[in-house]
Ligand binder design. Structure first.
Ligand code: COA
Length: 178
C-alpha cells in the first residue's frame, strides 16, 4: 500500500542547537542515512562529532544547520553554506558570493519517499532566497542517489552536469528561484 504523502504545511525548519547533537549523530548512524552521508561520522566519539557539528563551529565555516520538524517533532537535518571560499578543495571555481549550497537527510526511515524531502528542500530554498543577497542555490547528490535527485527536481532544481568533488563524483544541481 502506498504511504500517505505528507502535506507541506506540516513541515518546518528551526535552527539546530547544541542539544540536538546526540540525536543528529544517532540519525547519521542509521543505514538509510549512512549510505549517502559520511558514514565515518557515526563511528566518531561524541566529542569529535560535537567538535565538527556544534552550530558555532559550523558558523565559522559559514555553514548553518537546521532541524526539520514534522508537526513539531524533529525528523531530519539540513544545512546551508556559502559556497565561495569553502576551502579544502570545495567549490574553487565559484566566485559569486551569493551562491548558497544545501545538504539534507531525513532521520526517520519510515518517513522516506512520502514528500517530506521535497517539502523541506522547498522550505529551505524559500528561506534562503528571502535574503536578497542570495543568487542561486546548489546541491550535489551522488549521481546514483536517484531518490535524492528526483526529490531535488521536484523542489525546483535542475541537473547541470556531473562534477568531481573532494567527496567523489556528484551531480551538480541548481535552483535559480524559490
Ligand atoms: C533524499 C531525501 C531527503 C529525499 O526525501 P524524500 O522525502 O524521501 O523524497 P520525496 O518523497 O519528496 O521524493 C522522492 C522522489 O523520488 C522517487 N524515488 C524514490 N526512490 C527512487 C529510486 N530508487 N529511483 C528513482 N526515484 C525514486 C519517489 O517516487 C519520489 O518521486 P515522485 O514523487 O515523483 O514519485 C531522503 O530520501 C533521504 O533523507 N534519504 C537518505 C539520505 C540522503 O540520500 N540524503 C541526500 C544526500 S544528497
Amino acid at each position: 500500500m502506498a504511504s500517505l504523502q505528507i502535506a507541506p504545511a506540516r513541515v518546518a525548519l528551526r535552527p539546530m542547537t547544541d542539544d540536538d547533537l546526540p540525536m543528529l549523530q544517532q540519525w547519521i548512524g542509521r543505514p538509510h542515512v549512512a549510505e549517502w552521508w559520511d558514514a565515518d561520522e557515526a563511528a566518531w566519539s561524541f566529542e569529535r562529532f560535537r567538535a565538527s557539528y556544534l552550530p558555532r563551529v559550523m558558523a565559522e565555516e559559514k555553514v548553518t544547520p537546521y532541524i526539520v520538524q514534522l508537526d513539531g517533532r524533529p525528523v531530519g537535518f539540513a544545512q546551508s553554506y556559502v559556497a565561495m571560499g569553502s576551502g579544502d578543495g570545495w567549490w574553487e571555481d565559484i566566485t559569486d558570493p551569493g551562491v548558497r549550497g544545501i545538504d539534507q537527510f531525513i532521520g526517520e526511515a519510515d518517513l522516506l519517499g512520502r514528500g517530506l524531502g521535497t517539502a523541506m528542500v522547498k522550505a529551505l530554498v524559500r528561506q534562503l532566497f528571502a535574503d536578497p543577497a542570495v543568487t542561486r542555490v546548489q546541491t550535489d547528490p551522488d549521481p546514483t542517489n536517484a531518490r535524492a535527485i528526483r526529490c531535488y527536481q521536484k523542489a525546483g532544481f535542475r541537473a547541470v552536469r556531473e562534477i568531481v568533488t573532494p567527496d567523489g563524483p556528484a551531480l551538480y544541481m541548481l535552483c535559480e528561484c524559490a
